[in-house]
Design a protein around this ligand. Structure first.
Ligand SMILES: *[C@@H]1O[C@H](CO)[C@@H](O)[C@H](O)[C@H]1NC(C)=O
Ligand SMILES: *[C@@H]1O[C@H](CO)[C@@H](O)[C@H](O)[C@H]1NC(C)=O
Ligand SMILES: *[C@@H]1O[C@H](CO)[C@@H](O)[C@H](O)[C@H]1NC(C)=O
Ligand SMILES: *[C@@H]1O[C@H](CO)[C@@H](O)[C@H](O)[C@H]1NC(C)=O
Length: 965
């Protein structure tokens, strides 16, 4: 080591030595200060224990390095206080797909106020030591795989205000100790496998005289979808409490609804549906004057119903599937705010007063399968009313007035009378609950598995996805078209994304009247997937307050996937204030010179490490599997181990070689799955920098079109860079035209190839965002598959086009391309536009006509064709045509030549766009011409694909080629 150091010192001048020395001293001081952790060692140990238990995935995801979590390079997901040593006060890592359990060491984080590990894959039980987190005020563990019981020690969390354990596999009962959480505001235990009675203070089930009734600060009890049994405790909501949401649905609760619930005068939402409750609805419910939503459906309740006319805020009343057995209550007509009434299958009798339908907010009335009789008069309905569902009643006459929205009367006597009602009204059609979608996909492209089409721009990306469940919306159908867009707008605003990034593939109600909304938030612009920090941010927002436009009620979010990238921090070792103080102290300490030398060595090593790090840009693709290390993980483009490709190509044997060029060789390979592929293996100085290689893979993997050669995968291992493409059995267009591949191309086929490749290029120019300019369109880069469908390949030189809104119309670049195909204007101006590809494409069209290479025997095909036509029109051109076309009738020749010549106009502005070329060719070819024409021409099984890449054009070449044109 010291040998190396001497070397390092020896070439420094005297002056430089001093500079280095001082710098090293500073460096040492800084390191010394940084090494001395500012974070409490208990906290450091606790965090390390968590990381240990979460395994390798967490190591690469979280990038927790160093020993000072609170330091200048703050560890992901934590925040700290200002004490000395610093303490961790919050740990928030939702939605990262963490696996493992929650170790008891969590208790060492004794200053923790917020713990959010929601939407991960954590298992095991919730450790009882969690009770030692005396400062904890918010605990979010929702939607993991936690099992076991809720530890009674949770009652020690005197400061806890939020407890979200919903969406786990917790069993057992709610411990009475829950009642000790005197500051609890939010209690969500929904969607677990909890059972037993709901605890209350005098139930004598425990030594602790406490229960839900002691939670006087609670606003929310969300206990739905469990297996709770027994009666609803009379004290669950008393006048000393301030409950706004009492959600107990989908349990096995029995007994009567306690009249004491009438004391819950803050209540806005009460859901007791889907239980086994009996008896009549108590009169006291009529006192809940602020309630907006009352759901008592799917119980065994009997009539008569209490007078609820004072509930002037009630929007939704759901009483279906009970045994009410009384006349339609007249007081219903005074529920000023009612939007949705649902009383299907409840033995309701009599007639509905016409004044009921005149309620100003009424939107949906569902009274199917009852004994309603007489005349149904909905003539006074307002335009708010969208659905009247009265199937299977005894209605004999209908007075609809101007009502023209959905009316369903199938199974009523009125439907037996001929010509009285339209078929629709009487047909048995329950298509009303079909899911609604927002921002649906109208793109024609498809994406590889793991990706989804981003409908805003028809690209493939990995959205942030999940399902929002609204447990108590005040509407019961999606009849109103604006509901879904309103939600999309609210999501966009809350998540600070553009509205076009928000896609709602489906929204529907389930049997429990919960509104389930699938959401997909696409990354913006060209990004393929979200970054870890964005996932953290969105998971935090959606998991905590959520997004709830008026009327939607409390949201519950469940994240689907945890697919994201991890950006490696690019900050240097950012010196903290502490470090600067250290520098002053340290610079006095000349005695530390020896240590300084060592420090200098460390510094060199660090720098080397950093260099190594930089040479591994794949690190930032993150989330790699254990064995693939930090490889890019694009599901569309698989990673292939070197060994697999070696095997596939029979050790890169010569007999498998199908092409070669300046960059290396192309091999045909057969994967273990039997799939044929073409493997492009970079060689020597054509190896790209790893980051360029990564760019190429990223570029290729987001391009999917039937006229573009698809990337199957890649390999970056053992110093190799290989790209694995789909195998193009037909070889290159060049080889077909020269006859080298044995494939003959009749005229119609050539037109189809022209059209196919034009479509491929148009896709790159117009449908990929940002657009891709190919820069190397030529006949060797147009490949044919076994059906002779043309596909554009080889993006080695591709350049991202000018982005929309960048205000730029071109990209300035070093001129690249292939001799003979190069756009003269691009060469002169060095400004690359899509029109440069149009020019090259025009040259390919001339090749299709003449089968000549663009430059043959010193003659430039563009110039030759132009000259011939100038001299003698089409007939003069005939002598230049590919001899193999001579026997064919070339009906479309005139137009084809015109298109070709317009593409090779000298001035880029005179050339058509590729999209225009496609339109012209489509007209020419006729739309009925089959894409994959049934050709009787034999295609050899293993043609040789000669993919040659002539040297790039230099200025001298240019004068040679273009002079005299
Ligand atoms: C999480 O667990 C679920 C169910 O076991 C599984 O389908 C999913 O792939 C897991 N995700 C991760 C990131 O481990
Ligand atoms: C819970 O409430 C009951 C009834 O008000 C009361 O007797 C009991 O002392 C309370 N328990 C605690 C721990 O405060
Ligand atoms: C009902 O709501 C109003 C307005 O939101 C509020 O002022 C009032 O206190 C509430 N009534 C009860 C009994 O909580
Ligand atoms: C409605 O409220 C008024 C005023 O508080 C009260 O007098 C009346 O009895 C209530 N009606 C019902 C049916 O509860």
């Amino acid at each position: 080591m010291f040998m190396g150091l001497q070397g390092a010192w020896s070439f420094s001048s005297y002056h430089e030595k001093w500079t280095l020395l001082v710098l090293s001293l500073l460096c040492f001081s800084a390191l010394w200060w940084e090494a001395k952790s500012d974070t409490s060692s208990d906290d450091v140990n606790a965090l390390r224990a968590l990381l240990d238990s979460w395994g390798q995935k967490a190591v690469s995801t979280l990038q927790w390095t160093g020993n000072n979590p609170c330091g200048s390079r703050r560890w992901t997901g934590i925040s700290c206080d200002d004490s000395s040593p610093q303490r961790v006060i919050s740990l928030e890592l939702p939605g990262l797909g963490l696996v493992g359990d929650l170790p008891s060491d969590i208790s060492l984080l004794s200053e923790l106020a917020t713990l959010d590990l929601s939407y991960n894959n954590l298992t095991g039980s919730i450790p009882s030591q969690i009770g030692q987190l005396a400062h904890l005020s918010a605990l979010y563990l929702q939607f993991n795989y936690f099992n076991g019981k809720i530890p009674p020690e949770i009652g020690q969390l005197k400061n806890l205000s939020t407890l979200s354990l919903n969406g786990n596999f917790l069993t057992g009962g709610i411990p009475n100790e829950i009642g000790l959480l005197e500051n609890l505001y939010w209690l969500d235990l929904a969607q677990n496998q909890l059972s037993g009675p709901l605890p209350y203070s005098s139930d004598e089930k425990s030594d602790v005289n406490a229960g839900l009734d002691n939670l006087t600060k609670a606003g929310h009890f969300h206990l739905n979808n469990n297996g709770f049994s027994g009666a609803i405790p009379v004290s669950i909501c008393h006048s000393g409490m301030s409950l706004v949401h009492l959600i107990l649905d989908s349990n096995r609760l029995t007994g009567f609804i306690p009249g004491e619930l009438g004391q819950c005068d803050n209540l806005l939402i009460m859901k007791l549906n889907h239980n086994q409750l009996q008896g009549a609805v108590p009169d006291e419910i009529g006192q809940l004057i602020n309630i907006t939503e009352l759901q008592l459906n799917d119980n065994q309740l009997v009539g008569p119903l209490p007078n609820l006319s004072n509930l002037t805020n009630l929007g939704l009343l759901e009483l279906s599937n009970n045994l009410i057995d009384e006349d339609f209550p007249p007081w219903m007509s005074s529920l000023e705010s009612l939007t949705d009434l649902s009383m299907n299958s409840s033995s309701i009798k009599g007639q509905i007063p016409p004044s009921f339908f005149a309620l100003p907010a009424l939107s949906a009335v569902k009274l199917a399968n009852n004994h309603i009789n007489g005349t149904l008069d909905i003539s006074r309905a307002t335009h708010q009313l969208l659905l009247v569902s009265m199937e299977k009643n005894n209605i004999e006459l209908v007075t609809a007035g101007t009502y023209s929205e959905v009316l369903r009367l199938q199974g009523n006597p009125v439907c037996d009378k001929e010509n009285l009602l339209s078929e629709k009204v009487c047909s048995d059609d329950s298509s009303l609950s079909t899911p609604t979608s927002y921002g649906t996909n109208t793109c024609s492209n498809t994406c590889p598995s793991g990706y989804q089409v981003n409908p805003a721009q028809c690209t493939c990306a990995v959205p942030y996805q999940g399902i929002l469940t609204y447990r108590a919306p005040t509407f019961l159908s999606l009849t109103n078209d604006s509901i879904v867009p309103v939600l999309a707008a609210a999501l966009a605003e809350r998540l600070s994304v553009e509205q076009k990034q928000v896609v709602i593939p489906s929204a529907a109600f389930n049997a429990q009247n919960q509104l389930l909304v699938v959401i997909a938030i696409f990354p913006s612009g060209t990004a393929i997937r979200w970054d870890r920090d964005d996932v953290l941010r969105m998971a935090t927002i959606l998991g905590k307050d959520g997004v709830s436009p008026p009327g939607f009620g409390p949201p519950m979010f469940q994240q689907y996937s945890a697919d994201y990238t991890v950006q490696v921090s690019t900050e240097g070792s950012g010196l903290s204030t502490g470090a600067k103080i250290g520098i002053i102290a340290g610079s006095a300490a000349l005695v530390l010179i020896v240590l300084t030398v060592i420090c200098f060595a460390c510094l060199q090593k660090r720098r080397a490490d950093k260099a190594v790090e930089l040479s591994k840009p794949f690190a930032s693709w993150g989330a790699g599997g254990a064995e693939s290390g930090s490889m890019p993980k694009l599901k569309g483009a698989r990673f292939f181990p070197y060994a697999e490709l070696k095997k596939a190509t029979n050790n890169f044997s010569e007999s498998n070689e199908i092409g070669s060029g300046g960059y290396g060789k192309v091999y045909r390979g057969i994967l273990s799955s039997g799939e044929q592929v073409a493997i492009k293996r970079a060689q020597g100085n054509s190896m790209q920098g790893a980051s360029e290689f990564k760019t190429e893979i990223e570029l290729l993997s987001r391009v999917h079109h039937k006229n573009v050669v698809g990337l199957v995968g890649f390999c970056i291992e053992q110093g190799e860079q290989m790209l694995v493409y789909e195998y193009m059995a037909g070889g290159s267009l060049r080889d077909c035209l020269t006859g080298r591949s044995g494939v003959k191309l009749e005229w119609r086929r050539r037109l189809m190839i022209a059209l196919g490749s034009a479509r491929g290029i148009t896709y790159l120019h117009e449908l990929v965002t940002p657009p891709i300019i190919h820069r190397d369109i030529k006949s060797t880069n147009i490949l044919l598959d076994e059906k002779k469908i043309a596909k554009v390949g080889d993006f080695g030189l591709s350049k991202i086009g000018p982005g929309e809104g960048s205000g730029k119309q071109h990209v300035s670049t070093q001129v690249k391309g292939t001799l003979g195909y190069l756009d003269p204007e691009y060469y002169i101006s060095q400004q690359l536009t899509e029109k440069s590809d149009v020019y090259s494409y025009g040259v390919v069209l001339l090749e299709l006509l003449t089968a000549r290479a663009p430059i043959e025997h010193g003659k430039y095909v563009v110039k030759e064709v132009k000259t011939a036509i100038d001299r003698g029109g089409l007939s003069a051109l005939r002598s230049m045509l590919d001899p193999r076309l001579r026997d064919e009738e070339l009906l479309e020749l005139n137009s084809f030549v015109r298109i070709a010549l317009s593409c090779v106009e000298d001035a880029a502005s005179s050339r058509p766009s590729m999209g225009e070329v496609v339109k012209q060719l489509e007209e020419l070819v006729g739309h009925d011409y089959p894409e994959s024409g049934s050709s009787n021409i034999d295609i050899p099984l293993s043609p040789t694909v000669q993919v040659t890449l002539p040297p790039l054009l230099g200025p001298d070449d240019f004068s040679r080629v273009f002079l005299g044109i």
